[in-house]
Design a protein around this ligand. Structure first.
Ligand code: MSP
Length: 647
């Protein structure tokens, strides 16, 4: 199947911000997934370089307009290259081939009888490059979209017969219920069209920075309206009007836009295409805005988040994951560093990273890094079936552009893996000599990780390639077929140690982050505050409620390893019954071997602020007693349910 995916082309009046990155990440995810499943895929992005807005921005900087456009366009392209965006083409509207294509389209519209010459008088918003009828203006004649003052423009203009397409558009919306996604946006478009479509002024004489109308019109003072020019990029990129070699990719499968430009894409663009006798795209996906404190980001408000800075700080793939997981497609989302860190620590580090570390650790200990799936179905049919049931629903979410649901469901596969380890405790089975069962659980988890990585590839291409490398396979179309469609298991894994993929992010890193991203640190939990402020009384006694401010719990050591270059420290993964494991770095190596702790119960201080020891986060403390004879851990007299409260 051919699959053409586009982003809007970005104005070159300023550099990219997080909102632009969001659209591009989504398109890249769709394109990568599409290639993986074996579609012939074409992914287009680029820059929108004509119009009065760009001309004025260049003038302000006293730069030739083309030079200005070249410079800003390059910043977009460089950023996408830095972010490893897998576009097949980066189009620029100042490219002569594109301009030739736009002129060919204009000629065709003229031949069709859809273009006529008249006068236009109206209120024009330069920032939005749009005329607005009086009835739509806000107080003081301001633009209804951006709120800026409009100017009255009267000029000779060519018009496109948009009114002619009112009914055909309505018919199309009715017949194609998935044309506009999310579906909730469809009504908005329909009521706009129902309100009546005026013919559209599609040329200007008041400035020159645009595509001239075709020479055949013999009217060289007219340049084309920037939106006609810009929208045509989606087909000129495929060769429309010059070299039509790639036109086989039309119609596009998915055209992504922000909600502010949905009207142009869901009304003008389909009408232009109908005029050109070209089919309409399969779906227009309109996403919401990223905001700061509820306001749309914009340079003038000074509340823009620079995607390069965030990526530099937290990693581009973590940012991709966060943006797609955090906010349902179509809704606005406030960009918050804390929310990003929470996702990294909980979803990526705890759920995914830990699972991989456990597979690597257990395979090293129990089977010298080799894993065989031969007994997986003997012991874990249910887990494999559950995972396939989840994996089988994922494509639907992608088709509906429900990325947050896609990832939410995908994460359930990791939950199955984490649960299987906790329930089947391979370390206990090994101790009991039930090696076959223990190794089957490790192999189950390796398989779950392999399958989930394949489906996560579109969102986190490099990370999943590393996971695949650690598990000894590759993410390819063939493996997608085998692991996801044919539901096969990878027979033999040769595990490779990789450095932890998702080190937890702690408070200090947050404070180093770019200023625009820093939020107030969360208020310290009340109990912690009172612990610090309420000093013990003069006799050294504390009240009972002060004692209960310390959360003490029974935990089970699930994994333990020595910390390299430290004679004192052991790194433990402790189960406190919270669904995810806690990492605790404890100074007990001189008294306990790592091996001897696995599978034993300990008493944990569970509400300590995380701290770093030798660069590793520790999320709790073990209770122990020390005297001149040595140190011993405090343990329950009889094993207790994991997570039981001590006190
Ligand atoms: N040049 C036009 C598009 C022409 S497409 C034929 C344009 N460019 S833009 O640079 O202003 O915006 C490009 C995209 O970025 C739009 O989809 C817009 O919605 C999106 N975003 C701009 N600010 C945004 C946020 N704050 N959040 C999310 N997306 C935002 O419009």
């Amino acid at each position: 199947m051919k699959n053409y995916i586009t982003t809007p082309i970005y104005y070159v009046n300023g550099e990219a911000h997080i909102g632009h990155a969001y659209t591009t990440f989504i398109a890249d995810t769709l394109a990568r997934h599409s290639r993986l499943v074996g579609n012939e895929t074409y992914f287009l992005t680029g820059t929108d370089e004509h119009g009065q807005k760009i001309e004025e921005a260049a003038k302000k900087l006293e730069k030739p307009t083309q030079q200005f456009a070249d410079e800003i366009s390059a910043t977009f392209k460089n950023l996408w290259d830095e972010f490893d965006i897998s576009y097949d083409q980066f189009i620029r509207t100042t490219d002569p081939k594109h301009m030739q294509g736009v002129q060919a389209a204009f000629e065709k519209m003229v031949a069709k009888g859809d273009i006529y010459k008249d006068f236009y008088e109206g209120n024009y918003c330069v920032s939005c490059e749009t005329f607005f009828p009086e009835s739509q203006l806000m107080d003081g004649g301001c633009c209804p979209d951006c709120g800026r003052a409009t100017t009255i423009v009267k000029e000779e203009s060519y018009f496109f017969r948009l009114s002619k397409y009112e009914q055909p558009l309505m018919d199309y919306y009715e017949a194609h219920s998935d044309f506009i996604l999310p579906k909730s946006r469809k009504n908005e478009v329909i009521s706009f069209v129902k309100g009546g479509l005026h013919d559209l002024s599609v040329t200007r004489t008041s400035f020159t920075w645009g595509v001239p109308v075709p020479a055949s019109l013999n009217d060289n003072k007219h340049v084309m309206y920037v939106w006609l020019d810009a929208l045509m990029n989606y087909v000129t990129a495929l060769g429309y009007g010059h070299d039509e070699a790639k036109m086989g990719f039309w119609p596009a499968n998915t055209q992504l836009v922000g909600k502010d430009i949905l009207r142009f894409h869901a009304i003008y663009w389909p009408a232009f295409l109908m005029s050109l006798d070209l089919p309409l795209p399969k779906r227009i996906g309109a996403h919401g805005w990223w905001t700061r404190d509820g306001e749309k980001m914009s340079k003038s408000k000074g509340n823009v988040v620079d995607p390069r800075e965030v990526a530099h700080h937290y990693g581009v793939e973590n940012l991709r994951y966060f943006m797609m997981r955090e906010v349902p497609f179509g809704q606005d989302g406030d960009f918050s560093q804390r929310a990003l860190i929470d996702r990294m620590n909980s979803d990526l580090s705890n759920d995914l990273g830990n699972l991989l570390n456990r597979v690597i650790g257990m395979s090293e200990k129990y089977s010298d890094f080799s894993i065989d799936s031969v007994n997986v179905l003997k012991y874990h049919t249910k887990e494999i079936e559950d995972a396939h049931a989840i994996l089988g629903t994922l494509e639907t979410y992608l088709n509906d552009l429900q990325f947050h649901r896609y990832l939410e469901e995908l994460w359930k596969v990791f939950t199955i893996g984490n649960k299987a380890i906790e329930e089947h405790a391979p370390w206990v089975k090994i101790k009991e000599g039930r090696n076959e069962e223990a190794l089957a659980t490790v192999a189950l988890v390796a398989n779950l990780l392999a399958k989930a990585s394949v489906m996560l590839h579109g969102v986190m291409p490099k990370t999943t390639a590393t996971i695949a490398d650690a598990l000894g396979f590759e993410i390819t179309t063939q493996n997608y077929q085998e692991l996801i469609i044919n539901k096969k298991l990878l027979q033999l894994f040769t595990i490779k140690k990789v450095p932890p993929l998702f080190p937890r992010v702690d408070e200090p890193l947050m404070q180093e982050a770019p200023k625009a991203m820093i939020e107030e640190a969360p208020k310290a939990p009340k109990e912690e505050k009172s612990l610090k402020t309420e000093a013990p009384s003069a006799d050294g006694l504390i009240a009972i409620d002060q004692f209960f401010q310390t959360s003490l719990k029974i935990g089970m050591v699930v994994e333990a390893e020595e910390v390299p270059k430290s004679s004192k420290l052991l790194k433990l993964q402790v189960d406190l019954g919270e669904g995810t494991l806690r990492q605790i770095v404890a100074g007990i190596r001189e008294h306990y071997s790592a091996e001897s702790l696995i599978g034993t119960q300990v008493c944990v201080v569970a509400n300590l602020k995380p701290a770093k020891l030798m660069g590793m986060v520790s999320e709790g403390m073990l209770l122990a007693a020390k005297d001149s004879d040595g140190l011993s851990l405090i343990r329950p007299e009889k094993p207790r349910v994991i997570g039981s409260v001590i006190g």
